[in-house]
Design a protein around this ligand. Structure first.
Ligand SMILES: [Cu+2]
Length: 277
C-alpha cells in the first residue's frame, strides 16, 4: 500500500475504555509497592548492614535506569507529536544506517554503565559475599521440612553439648557480626529475613557461609523462600537481636537447661510461634 494511503490508526471506543481500565489497574497494583516502611518484610527498610548495602546496590542500578526510562519515553512522545505526518506532508528522504552514530550509541551507554554502576558495585559485591570474620558469632542454620533448626556452638551445657533449637526464633547479639553456616537436612530451602539480609539457599550436601549484622535490638520476620513442599508456607523464621547483656542472659538460661538435637519433647523457654509480627 502506498504510504499516502496510510491512515492513522484509531482506537475503537471499547479499546479506549479497556486501555483506561488497564492503566487504572496497573496504578492500583503499583500502589501496593509503596506500602508502609514498617511492614515486617520490607527489603527497602533495612535494619542491618548487609540489607542496607543490598538496598544501596539496588538504588544504584534503579535511579540511572529510571532516568534513562524517563528520557527515552519523553523523547518518544515528543517525536511522535512534533514530527508526526500531517496532511499533504511529503515522504521525507529515506536513510538507512549511520555507522559512526550506531557505534557511538553502543559504546557510550556501555561506558556509562561500567563507570557509574559496574565499578561502584564490584567492591560491595565482594564485601557482601565474603566469608564471615573469624571473631563473628557462629550459628548453624539447618533447613528441615518445614522448620528451621539453629545450633549455637558457643552455648554449651555442663556435658559440652551445644544448644540446638527447633522452630524457635534465632537469637543473636545486636551490633555484632554473625557467622551463619546454612545447610539443609532434606530438600532445597532458602533462609531469608529481608530487613537483615537477602536470601541464602540451604542446599543438601552443601555448606553456605554468610555474615549478617543487625544494628539495634529488635525482632525481624522472615520465611523460607524456596518452595520446599506442602509445609513451605509455614516455614517462617524470626530473628531476635538482643543487647549484649540480654543475649548473655538468654545464653546462660539456655545453657542451664540445654537440649540436644532430637529431644523434641522439650518445649523450651521460647515459644515456637516463629511468625515475627
Ligand atoms: Cu523450606
Amino acid at each position: 500500500m502506498p504510504v499516502s494511503k496510510l491512515r492513522p490508526p484509531h482506537l475503537p471506543p471499547g479499546h479506549a475504555f479497556f486501555a483506561l481500565f488497564a492503566l487504572l489497574l496497573i496504578g492500583l497494583l503499583a500502589s501496593g509497592c509503596i506500602g508502609d516502611t514498617d511492614t515486617p518484610q520490607n527489603t527497602l527498610a533495612p535494619e542491618g548492614e548487609v540489607a542496607r548495602q543490598q538496598r544501596d546496590l539496588f538504588m544504584l542500578a534503579m535511579w540511572p535506569a529510571l532516568a534513562v526510562m524517563i528520557f527515552v519515553e519523553v523523547a518518544i512522545v515528543v517525536m511522535l507529536l512534533r514530527f508526526r505526518r500531517r496532511k499533504d506532508d511529503q515522504i521525507p528522504k529515506q536513510t538507512h544506517g549511520n555507522t559512526p552514530l550506531e557505534i557511538a550509541w553502543t559504546i557510550v551507554p556501555i561506558v556509562i554503565i561500567i563507570a557509574f554502576v559496574g565499578v561502584p558495585m564490584i567492591p560491595v559485591i565482594f564485601e557482601l559475599g565474603r566469608d564471615p570474620a573469624d571473631d563473628a558469632y557462629p550459628v548453624k542454620v539447618t533447613g528441615i521440612q518445614w522448620v528451621w533448626q539453629f545450633e549455637y556452638p558457643e552455648i554449651v551445657n555442663d556435658e559440652g553439648a551445644a544448644l540446638v533449637t527447633l522452630g524457635e526464633p534465632l537469637h543473636i547479639p545486636a551490633g555484632r557480626e554473625i557467622a551463619l553456616t546454612i545447610v539443609s537436612a532434606d530438600v532445597n530451602h532458602s533462609f531469608g529475613v529481608p530487613r537483615v539480609a537477602g536470601t541464602r539457599d540451604a542446599i543438601p550436601g552443601q555448606e553456605e557461609r554468610m555474615w549478617i549484622k543487625v544494628d539495634e535490638p529488635g525482632s525481624f520476620a522472615g520465611q523460607c523462600r524456596e518452595l520446599c513442599g506442602t509445609g513451605h508456607a509455614d516455614m517462617k523464621v524470626t530473628v531476635i537481636a538482643q543487647s549484649d547483656e540480654d543475649f548473655q542472659a538468654w545464653s546462660e538460661e539456655m545453657a542451664a537447661g540445654v537440649r540436644s538435637a532430637g529431644t523434641g519433647d522439650d518445649s523450651g523457654a521460647v515459644s515456637a510461634s516463629g511468625s515475627g509480627e
